[in-house]
Design a protein around this ligand. Structure first.
Ligand code: FES
Length: 383
């Protein structure tokens, strides 16, 4: 008994030491997140592509898919772990001396990685984007980028029920691996894919879908410029047994919300609807606790930058990261979905709503993730 208590105490102490004490000490002494990060320039003298807390990957090919979409074929270093079809990674690359990170679905299937050691990321070059057009024109075979391990829960749930996949635009990149990985499963012969693209020139992965048709996939492109966005009529025309299917959806926020509502009206149980937002997740602030006062204006003070912004609370909620960027500030950020922890910032005071945990903070000083935090009262940030 004494030993059990002792070992629990020791485990807790070690966890605290590793997770809190060492990073705090490193930040205090070296102004970096870890001691190894401090030594990075020295290690790079011997190993050029090495970066603390990052796994490197070599670009083997940059393939054009359409005018605005390209695929990066990457060979991750040997310590990058296998992934599940439908997951995503954070990709970082050094642009003009700063490391920029974005999250992308892995558009290839795990069996391709097993056979070749490679993965693919299919990326839309965002008009006026600062990173995706740059990646396209600056990466070439042998360039080095950095990857996180794969993450995400948009993976196959039931390996029996027949399925309906619905993708819009680049949302197909998360669905393609599911289709290719499971094409030999018995349920695949009855699977259906409804794929919304703007017009014929945007028919991504047409060859793959053709190949998958021979395994039993029934698929249809819908050109939104001609036929509009998803509606009951499209579903009725394409899938008569929709209520018996498990549905996987991936696309922009608006499409996911509309489709989700349609599927519920079609009596598909929530447990059979799986979706991945391709773009910003909508912010739905739950009822605020009673002790949060209704304020006419909410003010955010950026203490280190000597700036402040105020807005009406009924305006559509935004995260502190989006707000800071709109103010011309340049906070460090990566995934923008709460995974990489790069956007951690000290809140001196004020209450925020965490869009992931759906919890309200208290008003005291603490570290928060800017990409998940929405101000619900006067907030002061060390930014
Ligand atoms: S930007 Fe990655 S956690 Fe906020």
């Amino acid at each position: 008994m004494f030993n059990a208590i002792n070992s629990t105490f020791l485990n807790r102490f070690l966890a605290y030491f590793n997770n809190k004490f060492i990073p705090t000490l490193a930040r205090t002494l070296t102004n970096t997140s870890s001691f190894i990060a401090y030594l990075e320039p020295i290690i790079q003298l011997f190993k050029k592509d090495w970066k603390s807390n990052h796994l490197s990957a070599k670009v083997t090919c940059v393939r054009k898919e359409s005018e605005s979409i390209y695929t990066l074929v990457l060979k991750p270093s040997s310590n990058w772990k296998p992934f599940r079809a439908g997951q995503f990674v954070q990709l970082s690359a050094e642009k003009n001396g700063s490391l920029i990170t974005r999250t992308f679905s892995i558009s290839s299937e795990p069996s391709y990685f097993k056979a070749s050691g490679k993965i693919e990321l299919t990326i839309r070059s965002q008009e006026n984007g600062i990173f995706t057009p740059w990646l396209r024109s600056n990466l070439h075979p042998e360039s080095t980028v950095y990857l996180s391990q794969a993450n995400g829960g948009f993976t196959l749930r039931q390996n029996t029920t027949r399925k309906l996949f619905i993708a819009a635009g680049s949302g197909i990149t998360a669905i393609r691996p599911l289709l290719k990985e499971y094409k030999n499963e018995p349920w695949f012969k009855q699977s259906k894919l409804l794929f919304y693209v703007k017009n014929r020139s945007e028919r991504l992965f047409a060859q793959d879908l053709n190949m998958l048709e021979s395994y039993g996939l029934d698929y249809k492109y819908i050109y939104s410029e001609e036929s509009g966005r998803i509606c009951q009529q499209h579903l009725d025309n394409f899938c008569q047994d929709i209520s018996k299917r498990e549905v996987y959806l991936c696309g922009p926020t608006k499409m996911i919300e509309t489709t989700n509502n349609l599927l519920k009206e079609n009596l598909i149980p929530e447990a059979n609807i799986h979706f991945e937002y391709f773009g910003a997740t909508p912010i739905n602030i739950q009822d605020s606790p009673l002790d949060i006062e209704e304020e006419e204006f909410i003010q955010v003070d950026y203490l280190n930058s000597n700036k402040q912004v105020s807005f009406k609370p009924e305006a559509s909620p935004q995260t502190l990261l989006d707000m800071a960027e709109k103010e011309g500030l340049n906070p460090i950020a990566g995934c923008r979905i709460g995974i990489c922890h790069q956007c951690i910032c000290k809140k001196k005071q004020g209450r925020v709503y965490n869009t992931k945990t759906k919890q309200y903070s208290d008003s005291g000083s603490e570290e928060i993730q800017l990409c998940l935090s929405v101000p619900v009262g006067h907030v002061e940030l060390e930014l």
